[in-house]
Design a binder for this molecule. Structure first.
Ligand code: BG6
Length: 440
């Protein structure tokens, strides 16, 4: 594998602390970081090389529901050999000059950085500064090696802004350089939805509107919004979770088995589904806010917010296989328990399939009232508290230039189109305040 540098813009962000740094550590522990990989973190604050390593260590030793195992000193020391830090303001051209010089220096020291993966773990307001300056200093071109850009949600906050962001991206990068990331697609349990379909012919045969009454996708979190209120308050549960993660999971469940599992075929099939989704049973929609939200929000000067921390949305998929099957999407914070689950309710009440996405990852199925034990699902079915974090898979795929677990601009647009329709009707949706850690 050719040497490359992973440059993370925003290494002190919440995302980097909760997901990216732990994922990189886990990859190091499993020997999954390629030999010639250099990791460069960037942030505003100044840190010496040793302070930067201390920062990594502190992050890894901080309690984190996504990363609950002990840190091995030898793995950490090994990871440290790859770590570098460049400080500066992302809206200041001087920072990019410094970054360019640093990359050249590293290359001169035997750590070639002509191949580069950039990760945007920073505020979208900064994107245009980043892109402009990368171009100004020749850091976005692929003359000497590849340049790939990982960009995470929010990809816009409605259809129009998503289109604008895409135009901005395409001004500085070509489509093949872009990796639009939805971390739910990196979850092993979500990837297994396709395996489940293709290895259990009997299951896929009964997956249709004649047999299935309802499919429910639920992502329930027990934690509140915490210190992400400034972002979250503008987004709310529908934009934060339903527009991306839940619609992606739903389209994976509903899509036809692709001709092959190439990135193109998977995207085509998902797009066919997203095009056919429509709002349904609007009288059953529900949005809500947990009672302590406003108190938390006050600390961030957010007042009188009616942002939803819970949402229940019903859809219909107007195609031959699914028209008439009720599709329920539920997501919320400060609910009784943390779990992700797909529940398939058949018309015959003796049949039911539950795909547990997290933290438990398995499948329970009853067909004709009998438990099915031999459904092929994950390679090792069962509870796997340390199953690879989604970001590991996604990093691996970007390194290997595989886009099947990433989202195309068309998928993003179709999801926003649907969400924009919901947002327009927001005033008609019932709103409730719910007690912390209770269901609305
Ligand atoms: C993020 C949302 O995309 O996903 C968060 O912005 C949410 O609000 C998180 O908490 C949930 O991810 P996971 O992997 O913990 O289920």
């Amino acid at each position: 594998m050719d040497s490359f540098a992973l440059v993370i813009f925003g290494i002190t962000s919440n995302l980097a602390q909760i997901k990216l740094i732990p994922a990189l550590y886990d990859m190091a522990e499993k020997g999954l970081l390629p030999d010639g990989m250099t990791i460069i973190g960037t942030a505003r604050k100044e840190m010496s090389p040793s302070e930067f390593k201390e920062y990594f260590k502190k992050v890894l030793n901080t309690e984190n529901i996504h990363h609950q195992h002990a840190i091995k000193e030898e793995v950490f020391n090994d990871l440290c050999k790859r770590l570098h830090f460049v400080n500066g303001n992302l809206d200041d051209p001087k920072f990019y000059e410094k970054l360019k010089n640093y990359l050249n220096e590293l290359s001169g020291q035997g750590h070639p950085c002509d191949n580069r993966i950039y990760y945007l773990a920073t505020y979208p307001d900064l994107y245009h500064h980043i892109f402009e300056n990368l171009q100004k200093f020749g850091l976005n071109t692929q003359d000497e090696g590849y340049v790939r850009l990982m960009i995470e949600k929010p990809i816009g906050n409605d259809l129009n802004s998503a289109k604008k962001l895409n135009q901005l991206l395409l001004k500085y990068f070509s489509e093949d350089q872009l990796y639009r990331l939805d971390h739910y697609l990196g979850k092993e349990s979500v990837q297994n939805i396709n395996i489940l379909k293709s290895t259990n012919a009997g299951f896929w045969k009964i997956m249709n509107n004649k047999k299935v009454d309802e499919i429910e996708v639920v992502v329930s979190e027990d934690m509140g919004v915490g210190n992400r209120i400034t972002y979250y308050n503008d987004a709310g549960a529908i934009r934060d979770m339903i527009q991306n993660h839940l619609l992606q999971v739903l389209s994976l469940v509903l899509m036809e088995k692709p001709k092959n599992y190439s990135s193109k075929e998977i995207h085509n099939e998902k797009i066919k589904i997203l095009k056919k989704l429509e709002l349904s049973n609007m009288d059953e929609y529900l949005i809500g806010q947990y009672k302590s939200y406003l108190n938390e929000a006050k600390k961030f000067n957010v007042k009188n917010s009616k942002s939803e921390t819970y949402a229940k949305i019903i859809l219909n998929c107007k195609n031959k296989r699914w028209d008439g099957t009720k599709l329920v999407l539920i997501s919320g914070k400060k609910l009784p328990k943390r779990y992700g689950r797909i529940i398939i309710k058949f018309k015959n009440p003796r049949n039911r399939v539950v795909i547990n996405l997290q933290p438990r990852q398995d499948i329970t199925a009853k067909l004709d009232g009998k438990s099915i034990r031999n459904m092929k699902y994950c390679i090792e079915c069962g509870f796997k508290p340390n199953s690879p974090d989604a970001y590991e898979s996604l990093f691996k795929d970007v390194i290997n230039n595989d886009k099947s677990l990433f989202v195309t601009s068309e998928e993003v647009y179709l999801s926003w189109k649907l969400v924009d329709k919901i947002e327009k009707l927001r005033n008609k949706i019932k709103f409730v305040y719910y007690s912390d850690n209770k269901n609305p």
